[in-house]
Design a protein around this ligand. Structure first.
Ligand code: ASP
Length: 320
């Protein structure tokens, strides 16, 4: 188990508090002590990799996690890895690991919406369920998984959809892969796009600068121009609707493409599929459509692709 912090390791002075707590302050050994039932599911070797609120996640930490996970999975005496994480950027870390970790053994992320000190804290059961999934023979070879609130999601599609509910994650359009409840793990589908050992990507020592820009009523070009001037190598647009963009932004982004910046069109809507040459002409603009990836996951994929000096970006987005 690799612990990175988050609300699952959060603490508040008062058990009635479910907001206004400090994330990432309770050590992994203490978290494990709260779930004695773990002892009958697995023998756990725990490491505290970080103790942060996941809003502060960094690409440098991603590199550290992915390499540590690969090293652990290579050990004969390790059957799977569980990562505890904050919910806020869990979907980004999960997708990054899905595309970079090489082993076929289970890797399962989990988290919590309520701090460990709260009444009805959701962390202990999520932790038990995540370990149960990681210990399951059925969980191998399915890419990185997220076990949360009795559901098992693929890292590819999962996203946080509630700011407060313990039922905080969804996989829009595609749905969950399966369920984990009372020690039983049940898969009903798999994610078919390549991942882990079949992915062409690896974590980097130096990450390219890739930023996200939103389109909205009255959007200006100021942010795009500033990013180009700052040396951004990629820009993901959180577009309106089917990845459409304000005309002013479109002009600025077309100029950015001419200056060598990779521009990917995603959508701020939260479900659906940004079609190539749909709401904007990717052929004419030199842009790439993100398909079903949300802007934050599209940024992860663009970072990996640019770090690998990949040129055929539309193929990458159509493949992963
Ligand atoms: N801010 C917290 C984090 O992402 C939220 C959570 O874990 O639920 O670390």
């Amino acid at each position: 188990m690799l612990a990175t912090g988050g609300t699952i390791a959060g603490s508040a002075g008062d058990a009635s508090k479910t907001a206004g707590y400090k994330a990432g302050v309770v050590g992994v050994d203490k978290l494990l002590d709260t779930v004695p039932a773990l002892g009958s599911v697995a023998r756990i070797h725990a490491e505290q990799i970080a103790g942060i609120d996941s809003k502060d996640m960094s690409a440098a930490l991603w590199t550290t996690f992915a390499r540590r996970i690969d090293a652990l999975l290579a050990q004969d005496d390790i059957d799977g890895v569980v990562v505890t994480h904050g919910t806020d950027t869990l979907e980004e870390t999960a997708y990054l690991l899905h595309l970079t970790v090489k082993g076929g053994k289970p890797v399962v992320l989990t988290a919590a919406m309520r701090p460990s000190t709260a009444l009805s804290a959701d962390g202990p059961l999520n932790l038990l369920n995540a370990v149960t999934v990681a210990a399951s023979k059925d969980a191998g070879g399915k890419g990185v998984l997220v076990a949360f609130n009795n559901q098992i999601h693929s890292a590819r599609d999962v996203t946080k959809t509630s700011m407060y509910a313990v039922d905080a994650f969804r996989s829009p359009e595609t749905g969950v892969l399966g369920f984990v409840q009372d020690g039983r793990v049940e898969f009903q589908r798999v994610a078919v796009r390549p991942h882990t050992g079949a992915s062409e990507f690896a974590v980097a020592d130096q990450w390219p600068m890739v930023e996200i820009v939103a389109s909205y009523a009255d959007a200006s070009r100021v942010v795009v121009d500033a990013l180009v001037a700052a040396g951004a190598r990629g820009i993901v647009v959180a577009g309106t609707g089917n990845g459409s963009m304000h005309a002013t932004l479109t002009q600025a982004l077309a100029e950015a493409v001419k200056r060598g910046v990779a521009v990917v069109r995603a959508s701020r809507v939260g479900s659906g599929h940004v079609m190539r040459n749909g709401a904007a002409s990717d052929d004419a603009l030199g842009t790439v459509s993100a398909g079903t990836l949300n802007p934050y996951k599209a940024r992860v994929l663009l970072m990996l692709a640019l770090a690998a000096s990949t040129n055929d970006l539309q193929r990458i987005f159509d493949t992963y």
